[in-house]
Design a binder for this molecule. Sequence first.
Ligand SMILES: *[C@@H]1O[C@H](CO)[C@@H](O)[C@H](O)[C@H]1NC(C)=O
Ligand SMILES: *[C@@H]1O[C@H](CO)[C@@H](O)[C@H](O)[C@H]1NC(C)=O
Ligand SMILES: *[C@@H]1O[C@H](CO)[C@@H](O)[C@H](O)[C@H]1NC(C)=O
Ligand SMILES: *[C@@H]1O[C@H](CO)[C@@H](O)[C@H](O)[C@H]1NC(C)=O
Length: 389
Amino acid sequence: MKLKAILLTLALATVSFAKPVARQSTSFVEVDGQSFTLDGQPYTVFGSNSYWVGLTGLTTDEMDVAFNDIANAGGTTVRTWGFNEVTSASSDYYQLWNGSTPTINYGSTGLGNFDNVVAAAKANNIRLIVTLTNNWSDYGGMDVYVNQILGEGQPHDYFYSNPDVIAAFQNYVKVWVERYVEEPTIFGWELANEPRCTGSTSSTSGTCTTTTITDWVKTMSGYIKSLDSNHLVGLGDEGWFNLPNSTDFACDGSQGIDFDANLAIDTIDFGTFHLYPYSWGKETPSAMVWGQEWIENHCNSQATFNKPVLMEEFGVLADQNQITTYENWYSTVVDSRLSGVLIWQAGSNLTSGPTPNDGFTIYPDTPVYYLEERISAQLRARDFERQFV
Ligand SMILES: *[C@@H]1O[C@H](CO)[C@@H](O)[C@H](O)[C@H]1NC(C)=O
Ligand SMILES: *[C@@H]1O[C@H](CO)[C@@H](O)[C@H](O)[C@H]1NC(C)=O
Ligand SMILES: *[C@@H]1O[C@H](CO)[C@@H](O)[C@H](O)[C@H]1NC(C)=O
Ligand SMILES: *[C@@H]1O[C@H](CO)[C@@H](O)[C@H](O)[C@H]1NC(C)=O
């Protein structure tokens, strides 16, 4: 105990947590119990979402600014979209559908462009969580597969159960995974953004349950692992629970997600959840307190399954007690020992103008940006201490 304490004191004396310490390394991020590691040392997962970095026609210089802004706030990890399904060629897209036939865009507006995203991330010591489709209709998503293959208006949840649709999604995923299998800048793959039984179309089969999506998660995560043993795999869900006798839509399994059942899957390396109390009708009596409990409940699952869990999206608007709420949630993450946290979403003031602002965007030199700098240092200090305990 004493030796450890002395070592810790020495280590803390010589290491500055003030600046980003994401290390240049050609190794892949790994999982050790509830922690992430790189070259056997703690890897702190702190950062932002930037769905737009590869989808809004940015130059490579602009991508560099975007990642540099995130790194300067202490970010090590960025979550971004690895999908855009279109039925007619647009600016940046990855898959073009003609009837039921998809064609991958390998060119400079497709995967060639994503190569630039990866290079810009790498140059800024950032690692990428790449999400491979969307529950929502933004940038195409699941409903495009269903509509193109099975016909317009077919149930959203056939995405998880129809063999032809699953095969088409696997073909798409295979292209990404094989292209970047040796690329350590990829932190990991995520199956989908916010999968649910219901999608942007109201069409559902009526037979989708948590088992439907859990079975799909097993199939898809196992498929990725069969192609790529280098990278971590997560789901990308909002973290809904499926608790007996619950009458709360967040915990009664009604969304098609059973957080604990999905976390238990062998080929899922880490859990994910999101936090939007105002969108979810959880603002009364206190969005902040509801969010704190949501974080703590997911932390309990993290401990139960001894796997890392990330709060990989969260947001309240500037006029919703934002700074106080974010301070509280970030502190809850640090104190509860949740494995990591990514805010929704990053922003940059580029020479071509500001990046997209959906009301949640955090631009450099703003109060939340400064809060991120402070919290990232606390989180790194926490993770660094943990290896001596
Ligand atoms: C779409 O597919 C049809 C039938 O296979 C073909 O005739 C048509 O030329 C294709 N359209 C494009 C734009 O490739
Ligand atoms: C999923 O998408 C559907 C439609 O695309 C939408 O109605 C639903 O709210 C989405 N769910 C989430 C969590 O975004
Ligand atoms: C759920 O309700 C059933 C029937 O009322 C009861 O037998 C069971 O103990 C309850 N389970 C829990 C976990 O509360
Ligand atoms: C970036 O833009 C935001 C909002 O437009 C502004 O508040 C902030 O000061 C800008 N930051 C820099 C570094 O120019």
